[in-house]
Design a binder for this molecule. Structure first.
Ligand code: AMP
Ligand code: MG
Length: 335
């Protein structure tokens, strides 16, 4: 089987062609970063307009690079939520049009489930583990920070999430207050890569025992903004140490909670997905502190992409599920 994946939940217009075993034949991403970065975040109206301009080219390019034609595609998978409704609708309508015109089955995919399935694509080490379950997955992105327990394929138990901001949101705000553009994570990572991560102290979590699998990042975010306001000299002269220290505090929260849950639920391994999982300090710290195997997607598959959507759709389709032309966008959608 050959699947086409379409992803337009946020600011990236993406299309991909994969084979049934998760082998990626093409993975095309038309980034809208330049259109949003001066605003310090994503402007929904701009995002949907750019999606509608780019979606056709992106799908055609994905087909071209894969060497396949639309007639050889057996399934169309598209992100149905969560995300920006105006953005989701562009991908969904494109997918429906192709499905209707070419009589191809259609399936709507939960974006978070897509991120999880980035771990199972053919290029990921986890795809070669014969029985990875129970598996703990940390989803850590611009809008989500949650711990998910998987006892088998396509089953999810959310055991903890953030009470307030997502980890990505906190680092994006910190970067914005430093005067850098969006997205903040890669900028902070680059600035802090040679900095001393213990130079400045940023707060961890205060509710250690009451909710051991929950996260909170609003305290850290506020502390970061406060630090920038109160310490202009440090920001000017020591930006490497400031960014390294902030990033280190954020990562310590993620790592401590994840390893506690992994231990308590007696899992076989830990997976980390979503935009923040591209972070090298997070990868190194978790690998160093975990006595269980830790799995990350290839960095290019950590951030939003359509290969993961194509694969999650295939998993559902092989179980006999599919959608019809009533498929709709859902801005809020849990696992
Ligand atoms: P997503 O919502 O999955 O597309 O992820 C986007 C989020 O990931 C944004 O908050 C980014 O700042 C963050 N992000 C992307 N790359 C990195 C990185 N290398 N380090 C930390 N955060 C990152
Ligand atoms: Mg995402």
């Amino acid at each position: 089987m050959i699947a086409l994946g379409i992803e337009t939940s946020c600011d990236d217009t993406a299309a991909s062609i994969i084979e049934e075993n998760g082998k990626i034949l093409s993975n095309v991403l038309s980034s809208q970063e330049v259109f949003h970065k001066d605003f310090g975040g994503i402007v929904p109206e701009i995002a949907s307009r750019k999606h509608s301009e780019l979606i056709g080219y992106t799908i055609v390019e994905a087909l071209k690079l894969s060497g396949k034609t639309m007639s050889s595609v057996d399934l169309i998978s598209v992100t149905k939520g969560p995300g920006l409704v105006g953005s989701l609708l562009i991908g969904i309508e494109a997918a429906k049009a192709l499905s209707f015109a070419l009589h191809k089955p259609l399936i709507g995919v939960n974006h978070l489930e897509g991120h999880i399935y980035s771990l199972f694509l053919d290029c990921s080490p986890l795809s070669r583990v014969s029985d990875p379950f129970p598996l703990l997955v940390l989803i850590v992105s611009g809008g989500h920070t949650e711990l998910v327990l998987m006892r088998s394929h396509l089953t999810y138990q959310v055991i903890g999430e953030t009470r307030d901001d997502a980890a990505g949101e906190a680092v994006d705000k910190f970067a914005r207050f430093l005067g850098f553009g969006y997205p903040g994570g890669p900028i902070v990572e680059k600035l802090g890569s040679n900095g001393n991560s213990n130079a400045y102290k940023f707060p961890g979590l205060s509710f250690k025992d009451s909710s051991p699998y929950e996260f909170s990042f609003s305290g850290l975010k506020t502390a970061g903004v406060y630090f920038i306001e109160k310490n202009p000299d440090a920001v000017r002269e020591n930006i490497q140490d400031v960014t390294a220290s902030f990033e280190n505090a954020l990562i310590n929260i993620l790592v401590e909670r994840t390893l506690k849950a992994a231990h308590d639920f007696n899992v076989r391994g830990v997976g980390v997905v979503g935009g923040v999982s591209a972070n090298e300090r997070l990868r190194k710290t978790l690998n160093a502190k975990s006595d269980l195997p830790v799995y990350f997607p290839a960095k290019i598959l950590s951030t939003d992409n359509a290969s993961m959507i194509a694969f999650a759709g295939l998993m559902h389709f092989k179980r006999g599920e599919k959608d019809d032309l009533m498929l709709d966008a859902h801005s809020r959608l849990g696992l």
